[in-house]
Structures are given as C-alpha cells and as structure tokens.
Ligand binder design. Structure first.
Ligand code: CA
Ligand code: CA
Length: 205
C-alpha cells in the first residue's frame, strides 16, 4: 500500500490549509471593527431641547464605521450627547465626517469627545479626548488620541448664533473612522500553538 504515505502527507497538508484558513479568518475578524450598540439623547427622547425635528436625523443607524460619509447622519442635538460601543477596544486617531463642511456662512458646530472604558459599574466616560468642529478644511473633523477605549461619547457644544433658524440640531455625525487595537502577538501565537497541537494529536490518533 504505497499510497498510504502520500495520503498521510495529503491529510497533513489539508490540516495545514484548514489551520491557515482559520488563522486568516481570526486575523480578518480582528481587523474588522464593528459598532455593537449606540445610544443618543435625541434618539431616546426627541422632545429634549436642541434635538432635530427630523426623525431621520435622530436615527443612530445612520452612523457607520467608514472613512467617508454616505450623506445620512445623526444630529447630536444642541447640548445633547450620543455614545457608540465597539466589539473591540479602539485607539486614535479619530476622524468624523460631518455634512456641513465647507458651507460658506454656516455657523460652527462643535462637540467634545470622551473615551469610555468598562468598569465594574458600567462605562466610565471621564476621559476627555478632544474636540471636533465642522469648520476644518479637510472635510473631516479629526483628533489624535492615545489610550484604549471600549466606547466613544460625543457631547455637543455648539453655540447657535442669534438670528439662526430655530431648527438647529448641533453637530452631525455621518461616519466615524477609528482604529481597532490589534490583537497582541502573544494571543495570535497561542491560537497558532493550539491549532498546531490539534494537528499533532490528530496525526497520532
Ligand atoms: Ca446640525
Ligand atoms: Ca452615514
């Protein structure tokens, strides 16, 4: 039965391919950050002061993780806030696309950004990361920050000038771009090691 040896090599190669596919799937999921949940003052209670009159602008589902917006957005509401929770920790920099960039004569809309970390009592949003304005020239409101956070909170600080329409609804978030903290090399090595162990065991059996 001279083919048995070849079969054994084939099975080993197959296992290696399965392992490689599994590792690449893990690496892929590690880089794909997702928003697990979001909450916003105006999304919860549209009657709050400064919230948009438009239901579409109070839909948190309009905010996606992307480097460029798609035109649908969530309006924070003047003086109100919204928080976004991620499946992995994130780190800087942060870039937010707004819809009112480059509008001549349009008043400034601003927001503070806080980083949230999981604690025993829930989320601690005491870390102020910086501020955003819709008056930046590059089409994005960006800020650099270090540290690792499980969530981001945006608190509107827009000061609406006198004489502006009464429908002011604060800083608008179309999309968010932020980096996921990469899996530590030790975790990837552990996964690879466990996979290798499984192959050895299967061959011995
Ligand atoms: Ca607005
Ligand atoms: Ca959007």
């Amino acid at each position: 039965m001279e083919y048995l040896g070849n079969l054994d090599i084939m099975v080993t190669k197959f296992n290696a391919l399965v392992l490689a596919a599994a590792l690449s799937a893990i690496a892929g999921s590690a880089s794909a950050l997702t928003i697990t949940s979001a909450e916003g003052d105006c999304a919860s209670d549209a009657s709050l002061s400064g919230c948009s009159a438009s239901a579409a602008r109070r839909d948190l589902g309009n905010v996606e993780l992307a480097s460029a917006g798609n035109g649908s957005f969530y309006s924070l509401g003047v003086g109100q806030s919204a928080s976004f929770y991620f499946d992995r920790q994130v780190t800087g920099s942060l870039s937010v696309s707004e819809v009112t960039f480059g509008r001549a004569g349009y008043y400034e809309e601003t927001a503070l950004v806080y980083g949230g970390v999981v604690t025993d009592g829930g989320y601690d949003f005491s870390a102020l990361l910086g501020s955003l304005s819709n008056k930046s020239d590059d089409g994005f409101a960006s800020l650099a920050f270090s540290g690792r956070y499980d969530a981001l909170r945006f608190v509107d600080t827009t000061e609406v000038p006198a004489g502006m329409p009464a429908n002011a609804d604060g800083f608008d978030i179309d999309s968010i771009e932020v980096a996921a903290v990469p899996l530590p090399a030790s975790a990837l090595m552990l996964i690879a090691g466990l996979g290798g162990l499984g192959m050895v065991r299967r061959r011995k059996a």
